[in-house]
Design a protein. Structure first.
Length: 232
């Protein structure tokens, strides 16, 4: 299979067959239709809903509460007009909002991009532009990182802010997650999560001197040489 040209997506394929010696040795198998959010949501059907899933400075969440939060996130992201396979950039600290947003995005068939919060605006611009993410989720503390430099020449439309109110930013639209999520149901139809078998999100600039590439699942997508950075 030839590599796609810059700007083209092309088919996504897994070079490892589902039935192989290593998988058979450990009894591992993946259904033809599989959504990775089952790692969380299967705790409900297995009777662990009231068990503690998270604990930390911001409190605790049971599996039932975390699934409710994730369901709201999934419904909310769908309401923004995203399509299956679209990337959602996440610029988050380790708080209960992080796994809720992550599993909600996966449940709805989107691909979370988990970005290090030490990322400077110039590199954040690369991640936004390369992924085509129209939606980003950020802690309020990091809103200022989405400045004119970071948002320039990207597809970013909406910045969803958790753990506080939006500060200074250059995103076209911003909203507070807490009040926005109240508009969506805390549950998900058991049989309707979108399959995400071949989808994962990993974006990285290559080390200096190496070919620049963005990795999506097992496929390497070549991207054009960097253009001049222009600050709005």
């Amino acid at each position: 299979m030839s590599a796609p040209k810059p700007g083209e997506t092309g088919p996504i394929a897994d070079p490892v067959p589902p039935d192989n010696a290593a998988a058979r040795e450990i009894g591992f198998s993946v259904p033809e239709r599989y959504n990775a959010s089952r790692i969380l949501f299967d705790n409900l059907v297995n009777g662990r809903g009231d068990k503690r899933a998270l604990t930390g400075p911001l409190g605790e969440r049971s599996y039932r509460e975390l699934c409710a939060d994730a369901s709201r996130w999934g419904h909310g992201l769908i309401s923004l007009g995203l399509e299956r396979g679209d990337r959602v950039l996440m610029f988050l600290d380790d708080t209960p909002a992080y796994p809720a947003a992550f599993f909600g995005a996966v449940r709805a068939g989107f691909v979370p991009l988990l970005i290090n919060t030490l990322t400077p605006p110039e590199l954040l611009q690369f991640y936004l532009a390369d992924s085509g993410a129209a939606v980003a989720i950020s802690d309020a503390e990091y809103c200022s990182r989405f400045d004119a430099q970071a948002c320039h020449d990207t597809s970013l439309r909406t910045l969803i802010v958790v753990n506080g109110a939006p500060g200074d930013h250059a995103a076209p639209n911003a909203m507070i997650a807490e009040s926005w999520l109240e508009n969506f149901p805390p549950s998900w139809p058991r049989r309707t999560p979108t399959a995400t078998k071949w989808h994962s999100g990993c974006i990285r600039p290559a080390r200096p001197g190496a070919p620049r590439a963005s990795s999506i699942s097992s496929t390497t997508w070549p991207i054009p040489k960097p253009r001049s950075r222009v600050t709005c």
